[in-house]
Ligand binder design. Structure first.
Ligand SMILES: Cc1cc2nc3c(=O)[nH]c(=O)nc-3n(C[C@H](O)[C@H](O)[C@H](O)COP(=O)(O)O)c2cc1C
Length: 150
């Protein structure tokens, strides 16, 4: 299954660390959304969209990309996010967009990521050591369970 993960990770590269852990020892490709230019998403059997959570949602650029992408029925799509406080499903609105499209939505992986946004900076940040090794292991399990990148 030819797979790519497109990601946006601007705060502390937390999401990038998870994306790299997912891609380790697989044939999966990864690409920052800012470097997407020469990639045709219709070439892939499976596409992951990954982002930090900024104001309760995936980064705008990832949401816009999902909106403008024409998937096909035999393409699989999954989502990945890292966030400061993992208490709600921040993928809900992007999942809604994906599920209205012609593709198979596999699911979402999420974990916490070091967060120094706004007043959290004053207290030295939250989720300080995340993503940690356990988070990365869980991310790899998600990939294995869904047979992504094989
Ligand atoms: C502008 C901004 C807004 C954020 N908003 C939220 C939020 O609404 N909920 C949350 O749990 N974390 C929030 N965070 C924390 C990030 O989601 C978290 O640190 C994430 O791991 C960042 O991923 P990145 O390092 O890949 O950019 C915010 C961070 C920033 C910089």
């Amino acid at each position: 299954m030819k797979t790519i993960i497109i990601y946006m990770s601007s705060h502390h590269q937390n999401t990038e660390k998870i994306v790299q852990a997912m891609a380790e020892d697989t044939n999966m490709e990864t690409c920052k959304i800012s470097e997407l230019r020469n990639i045709n998403l219709s070439d892939y059997d499976c596409i992951g969209f990954a982002s930090g959570i900024y104001y309760h949602n995936f980064h705008k650029s990832i949401i816009e990309l999902v909106k403008e992408t024409r998937f096909t029925n035999n393409q699989k799509v999954f989502t990945v996010y890292t966030c400061g406080i993992n208490y709600i499903n921040y993928a809900r609105s992007i999942e809604k967009i994906i599920k209205q499209k012609e593709c198979e939505y596999i699911g979402c992986f999420s974990c916490r990521g070091y967060d120094t946004f706004s007043f959290f900076e004053k207290i030295g940040g939250i989720a300080k050591n995340h993503p940690n090794n356990k988070d990365k292991e869980n991310a790899r399990k998600f990939i294995e369970q869904h047979k992504i990148g094989e």
